[in-house]
Design a protein around this ligand. Structure first.
Ligand SMILES: [Zn+2]
Length: 262
């Protein structure tokens, strides 16, 4: 995935061209399958299972999901369901373009793992401390329709409910786990990573607090290539979403290519 702030920035840029109504929902929808990550503390035990689901939907049958999604939009005429689909598509395309690059770089530099590199780019592109996080409450119909779409493609229950919960939990998740004005969370995560030395999952990157050296390193070495891929993803997203929108207005379904977001 690209980072959360990067996905917000991407929708910001995209909407300059698309001018969709209901911008807040579009911003949240642009978090795509990452929404499944934004869980409550009480659901922590489900985290591994969530990760598995994310892997499946990020890598398989994107084309089929979007086809079924369009059919459901034509059937229900639900405008929110349509905006959610455009956000989901934009997320997937951005990940598809930038992911291979992030993987390549983080394999070459042991110090900068995948998540840290992503998060530093996040921090540079759109400062989370000055950002007003969007809010939106979906109604029940949309949740059920999403459940149906994803079940039809993947035979997995409740993905729509998880996406909806992610939309509700996102802001709180970032405040609790990521914003770190005083550096306390960073220190805590460091301790945890130390304790769980053999754990593959590291937490230190989570705190939006990186030292100047790391930030300068990323600015100097990574941003140019990253921006190039970002802009390609932007052009592609504008093209695809415009076409789907036009066709939906004419009650037609657009076939798109199956691309992976890993
Ligand atoms: Zn992602």
């Amino acid at each position: 995935m690209a980072g959360t702030m990067t996905h917000f920035k991407f929708i910001e840029d995209l909407n300059k061209k698309l001018k969709l109504e209901n911008y807040n929902l579009f911003l949240l929808a642009g978090q795509g399958h990452d929404l499944l990550f934004f869980i409550k503390l009480s659901e922590l035990k489900n985290f591994t299972k969530r990760k598995e689901i994310i892997n499946i939907i990020a890598n398989n049958k994107f084309d089929k999901t979007i086809e079924i999604w369009q059919k459901e939009i034509l059937k229900t005429k639900n405008k929110n369901l349509e905006i959610l689909m455009y956000g989901y598509i934009a997320h997937h395309i951005l990940d598809h373009y930038v992911h291979p690059y992030i993987n390549k770089i983080s394999n070459n530099f042991k110090k900068l793992n995948h998540e840290t590199l992503e998060s530093i780019i996040d921090y540079i592109l759109l400062n989370p401390y000055n950002y007003k996080f969007p809010k939106y409450k979906l109604n029940k119909d949309v949740k059920e329709e999403l459940n149906k779409i994803f079940f039809e493609t993947y035979s997995i229950k409740n993905i729509g409910t998880f996406l909806n919960n992610g939309i509700n939990n996102l802001t709180r998740f970032i405040k609790i786990y990521r914003l770190d004005k005083f550096g306390i969370k960073k220190q805590t995560y460091k301790l945890i990573d130390g304790f769980l030395k053999n754990n593959k999952q590291k937490y230190e990157f989570l705190a939006f607090r990186y030292n100047e050296e790391e930030i300068d390193f990323v600015k100097k070495n990574n941003l140019k290539e990253f921006n190039k891929l970002y802009n390609l993803a932007l052009e592609e997203s504008i093209k695809i979403i415009k076409e789907i929108r036009k066709n939906i207005n004419n009650k037609k379904i657009t076939k798109i290519n199956d691309i992976s977001a890993i």
